[in-house]
Design a binder for this molecule. Structure first.
Ligand code: PMV
Length: 321
């Protein structure tokens, strides 16, 4: 019997992943660049040697769909596994466009592999976690991470690569929570709908590598304005493929646009603040840590909650056996 606890933090994509070139293997159509954040976290304990599979979320038996997704994933990454008990808990809303699937599958992959005495090299974990949720593969390293789309049909070269560039760069991500309910359309369904029906999908694919290289250069040069520009360009192009899908997929709420206007106003007043949104209405604002209070004050009237998150560490074990 073995019992292992892992912690993983969400990551927010600066250059977005949207679209799959292989649905079964979760292989992305484009590369992406993310920032791992502290503050929000998922903690997952996996125990081997139990008599049957148990999946709990926050101490309660997990909803059936959640349980099935977790167990099917474990069947794939631990082929021939025995029964497991999984206890998971996140300190932020799940399924609301706040990257809970990234921290969730990263923590689950690390805890499960460690408990089953499998290799826990971050590249292997990143490749495995991608099968559960693509964005999870970027949560194994601190700070900026580049998920290269890869070329191999089996996906062995499609995983996160750390960009060791943070070195004390005083960045913050302000999360403006506009709504806490679960999203109506999951990201896989949204990606497929965009791929199948949006006239802009091919342009999205054709232009995203350029956004990746612009972002990597800006990171290397510590150029927040350059990074923010590339991030907003990637964000709005991704959402354009959703908005032009049939039927249209609009994750934004009115308050999303209100927060965006505040971000543009901040910039007009000389604050380097840049916005991104994922498959949900929340707005995440990249800025200098020293500007985070000004950003919070500007958006507060339009949000239900605000959180100031700093760059954070990769997935790690809390306790050894
Ligand atoms: O990992 P998934 O399947 O939840 O997809 C994440 C997609 C976005 O959050 C919209 C973009 C990204 O790169 O994280």
């Amino acid at each position: 019997m073995s019992r292992v606890t892992a912690i993983a933090h969400p990551n927010i994509a600066l250059i977005k992943y949207w679209g799959k070139r292989d649905l079964a293997l979760n292989l992305p159509a484009v590369s992406s660049v993310s920032l791992t954040l502290s503050g929000f976290r998922t903690q997952t304990t996996v125990e081997t040697g139990t008599s049957n599979d148990v999946v709990r979320v926050g101490g309660e038996e997990a909803p059936e769909a959640f349980r099935r997704r977790v167990l099917a994933f474990l069947d794939r990454i631990l082929v021939g596994r025995g029964p497991l008990t999984i206890d998971t808990e996140s300190n932020f809303p799940m399924g609301a466009g706040l990257a809970s699937s990234a921290s969730g599958f990263a923590a689950l992959t690390l805890a499960a592999c460690a408990a089953a005495d499998r290799p826990t090299d971050p590249v292997i974990l990143s490749t495995l976690s991608r099968l559960g949720s693509g964005s999870a593969c970027r949560s194994f390293w601190e700070g900026f991470v580049h998920w290269r789309r890869g070329e191999q049909p089996d996906g062995t070269d499609s995983h996160g690569y750390p960009i060791d560039a943070l070195n004390g760069w005083d960045l913050a991500m302000v999360i403006g929570v506009v709504e806490t309910g679960p999203k109506a359309v999951g990201s896989t369904e949204g990606m497929e709908r965009s791929r199948e029906t949006s006239a802009f999908y091919q342009q999205w694919i054709d232009t995203s590598e350029r956004d990746v290289s612009d972002a990597l250069l800006a990171i290397e040069q510590r150029d927040l304005d350059g990074l923010g520009e590339a991030m907003e360009r990637s964000t709005f192009k991704m959402h354009a493929t959703m908005h032009t899908a049939t039927p249209p997929l609009i994750y934004w709420k009115g308050a999303t646009l209100d927060v965006l206007q505040e971000v543009f106003r901040l910039r007009a007043n000389g604050v380097s603040a840049w916005a991104t949104m994922d498959a949900g209405p929340q707005v995440k604002i990249l800025c200098r840590a020293s500007d985070a209070d000004v950003v919070v004050a500007a958006i507060q009237a339009h949000t239900k909650e605000t959180h100031v998150l700093q760059p954070g560490p990769g997935a790690h074990l809390l306790s050894d056996r």
